[in-house]
Design a binder for this molecule. Structure first.
Ligand code: KG4
Ligand code: ZN
Length: 348
């Protein structure tokens, strides 16, 4: 099972791609950012309607750009969980219909499994086991990956995801949406040690801190208080670059400290980054530097495969298809589904 056409519509990107195992033949992403920007975040109903309008052209363009025709495609895959239910439904309906019309096997794919697989794209040498630091708008997880479908969640955020914290801090600074790329850019011009912010340690009942779990909601509140203090002290203009740099430095340090400790405890020498926040320049640089110091290998997806795309979904599907996994056309969509329950997708 080699050439897979995949669809991804779990949030605010309408995406389709054709992948031949780990080689990307085409990847088309129609972003809805401009539509949601004026509301400061994703509006689910608007997202579903926009997916409906763009999905047809997006799939058509992906197939055209791959220089293949339906006769060459071996299977169709679509993100089925987790995500916005209305948005997922659009992609799933189209994926199932295409699989029926063209008589191709169908597979549902877990969105986070796609983010893990983004590092495999165009990196033919990467093999499990490895530790994946998955940092997106909705998730912040440390996952031990032992093979296709074999995932163990070792650490997580107890509240806000890292990407969510970037977006919320950008909103506090009135920078726009999505906040991650804007903060990343500003942070490069600021002093990361200008303000000391809390790293979000989780206290354990017997004393000490949880080694892998984190909390980012306190950090967001600390940035809020800092901005209020600077405003009441009449500091104008606000030192936005320094705030962005200090915030990003704190998030990056919290993530890397936990990932390195977890990899060492698990005896893993490969660390893989995934999710939208994996595009962050500070995280990429610092993780690479720390890992090199400790004789570990870091695998970073290309920037275009960090944020939501369908190539990563096709890549994950390709491995599942090769294992003989198929989904029934009765498969539903799920707003929440843990990665450890991923095998449920192939039982329907
Ligand atoms: O993986 P993704 O595209 O969607 C989800 O599955 O959530 O991640 C989107 C998140 C947003 O919160 C966005 O602000 C963040 O990734 N992001 C970044 C960067 N680029 C995107 N965060 C930090 N630095 C970036 N360069
Ligand atoms: Zn995502």
């Amino acid at each position: 099972m080699a050439k897979i056409l995949a669809i991804e519509t779990s949030c605010d990107e309408t995406a389709a791609a054709v992948v031949d195992h780990r080689q990307v033949l085409s990847s088309v992403v129609a972003s809805q950012i401009d539509l949601h920007r004026r509301y400061g975040g994703v509006v689910p109903e608007l997202a579903s309607r926009e997916h409906l309008l763009t999905i047809g052209d997006t799939v058509h363009e992906a197939l055209l750009a791959s220089h293949l025709s339906w006769g060459d495609i071996d299977g169709v895959a679509t993100t089925c969980a987790p995500g916005l239910v209305g948005a997922l439904l659009v992609g799933m309906s189209v994926g199932k219909t295409l699989s029926m019309v063209h008589n191709k096997p169908f597979l549902g794919v877990h969105h986070l499994e796609g983010h893990i697989y983004a590092a495999y794209l165009e990196q033919f040498e990467l093999q499990p086991p490895f530790l994946c630091l998955l940092v997106s708008g909705g998730h912040t997880s440390l996952i031990r990956v032992d093979g296709c479908g074999q995932y163990k969640l070792l650490g997580k955020t107890r509240d806000d995801a890292a990407g969510e914290a970037f977006d919320k801090v950008a909103r506090l600074l009135e920078l726009g949406y999505p906040g991650g790329p804007i903060i990343d850019r500003l942070a490069q011009q600021g002093n990361p040690n200008a303000f000391k912010l809390p790293e979000g340690n989780i206290s354990l009942p017997g004393g000490g801190y949880h080694p892998y779990d984190a909390s980012f909601s306190g950090l967001k509140t600390a940035v809020f208080r800092l901005i209020e203090r600077l405003k009441s002290d009449n500091v104008t203009p606000l030192p936005v670059e320094d705030i962005a740099a200090s915030f990003q430095y704190t998030v990056v340090r919290a993530l890397i400290r936990r990932a390195m400790r977890c990899a060492q405890d698990e005896g893993l020498s490969n660390i893989v980054l995934g999710g939208g926040v994996a595009a962050n320049s500070g995280l990429r640089q610092t993780l690479t530097q720390k890992a090199t110091e400790q004789d570990m290998d870091v695998h970073l997806p290309s920037l275009k495969f960090c944020t939501d795309n369908a190539a990563m979904i096709a890549c994950a599907a390709s491995d599942h298809f090769a294992k003989g996994h198929r989904s029934s056309l009765n498969l539903g969509v799920y707003s929440r589904l843990s990665l450890e329950q991923v095998s449920e997708i192939y039982r329907f």
